[in-house]
Design a protein around this ligand. Structure first.
Ligand code: FES
Length: 115
């Protein structure tokens, strides 16, 4: 069977969608206050016509829960922390469309560093 050619996405955006069960002491990226961030991201991408060339992906814990909500943008290992809707808008505009990662929203180097 022949498959039609599909271009690779330019970016993958891995948004942590982990929520802790009630009573868990550890923070998690999804709670009542942050549960609609992924939908906001998807909506912003649709508005900008980016769906396809950019792929938003729901993922489980990325291991930086204390700094959540987090989102990893590939290529480049860019880990964004303490996300909000406003930060997502700027990440899409400046990083995805503009090609410049938003330095002030990235995880501090001591918590990330080289792979
Ligand atoms: S719950 Fe999101 S990084 Fe752990």
């Amino acid at each position: 069977m022949e498959m039609p050619a599909m271009p690779q996405p330019t970016f993958y955006m891995f948004k942590c969608e982990q929520s802790s069960p009630p009573g868990m002491p550890k923070p998690s990226c999804v709670n009542e206050m942050t549960k609609d961030l992924f939908n906001h991201l998807a909506q912003k991408m649709m508005e900008k016509g980016l769906m396809g060339p950019v792929q938003p992906i729901r993922t489980s814990c990325l291991g930086r829960c204390q700094m959540g909500p987090v989102m990893l943008v590939e290529p480049g290992h860019h880990m964004y922390v303490q996300l909000s809707k406003e930060k997502i808008d700027r990440i899409v505009d400046e990083h995805i469309l503009g090609g410049n990662p938003v330095q002030e929203f990235l995880i501090p180097e001591q918590f990330w560093g080289e792979p």
